[in-house]
Every structure is written in C-alpha cells, then in structure tokens.
Ligand binder design. Structure first.
Ligand code: FES
Ligand code: FES
Length: 176
C-alpha cells in the first residue's frame, strides 16, 4: 500500500480515502492524508519524504535540536520523535501551513522585520516554537524565551529574541 501521493500535498482539495482499515488518517495543514506503512515511522519522514513538505528540517533525530518542530494541536513538538501512530487524529501544522493565504503569520512577519535567519536551517523550527510560546505566553519576557530549547548553530539568538518580542507586539499590542 502507498501513502497519499506526493503531489496531493500541495493541492487545495485532497479526498481522504483510506484503502484499508489499517491506514492511519492524518490532518496536516488542514488537509487530510493517510499513511499506509509502518505506524512507528517518524512523522518527520512522512512530512519530508512523502509529502515533500521540506520546510521542516532533520537535524539530530534524537529530539535535541528542534529543527523538526511542528505544531500538534497547537503545541510545538519534535516530529523526529513523533511516530505517525501518535500523530493520527491530531491537527498538525508545518511551516508551510502557518500563513493564511497570502497573509504571513505575525511571527513570520516579525522574523522578516528582524532579519533573523543566517543559514536558515533551524528557522522553521524556531518559528514554530515561537508560535507555541506566544500562544501560551502572549507577552513573553527573556526568561520565557530562554525556555525555548531549539538550537541555532549560527547563534542568531539575539535576533530570535527580538523577533519574538516584535511578534508579541504585532499579535497582542505590547511586549515586555
Ligand atoms: S531533528 Fe528532531 S530534534 Fe533534532
Ligand atoms: S540560522 Fe543557521 S542554524 Fe540557525
């Protein structure tokens, strides 16, 4: 059995048809897919290799770096450590699904304003972690931001901090 075909990941309407009762349904960026293979396969592989949603990156594969961070029911989660069986039935959002149409998410806008990215490899994960933080803590202080455990090999942490505070302003009108 095959997973949902690659091209369908970018279409606006993907019919969900599980071709047997062992297929695992997934909802990714608001669209339905199914996985017919190993249920222990990391979600990251499905995103990148099956759907070709390559904004989410592989860094360490052991949950340490955060490059693979996606939102699962709105919470930041390491997709390299998330088996597909644990993702089924949940709403998954990747960096490709963060904007609303042509309107970037405020965190993305803040990231651009602050010119955060250096090599860019960690940035999708950083942004998803920031979205989660700002949802839980609308006006994060430095200590709140320091609790984000995503790593940046380029060390662009000051700009990440600046962008998160700017995103808080864009979203909530003020920051500490
Ligand atoms: S690749 Fe998932 S935490 Fe590093
Ligand atoms: S911008 Fe290069 S690893 Fe973070």
């Amino acid at each position: 059995m095959q997973d949902t075909p690659i091209d369908s990941a970018r279409t606006t309407s993907v019919p969900f048809v599980a071709d047997d009762d062992k297929s695992l349904p997934l909802r990714i960026n608001g669209k339905p897919f199914f996985h017919g293979g190993d249920p222990s396969m990391p979600l990251l592989w499905f995103l990148r290799d099956t759907l070709r949603l390559t904004g989410t990156k592989f860094g360490c594969g052991i949950g340490a770096c955060g490059a693979c961070t996606v939102l699962v029911d709105g919470k930041a989660q390491r997709s390299c450590l998330t088996p597909i069986s644990a993702a089924t039935g949940h709403d998954i959002v990747t960096i490709e699904g963060l904007a609303t149409g042509d309107a970037l998410h405020p965190v993305q806008r803040a990231w651009i304003e602050a010119d955060v990215a250096q090599c860019g490899y960690c940035q999708a994960g950083q942004i998803m972690a920031a979205v989660d933080l700002l949802k839980r803590t609308p006006k994060p202080n430095d200590a709140d931001i320091n609790r984000i455990s995503n790593l940046c090999r380029c060390g662009t942490y000051p700009r990440i901090r600046q962008a998160i505070k700017r995103a808080a302003e864009l979203m909530h009108g003020a920051s500490k």
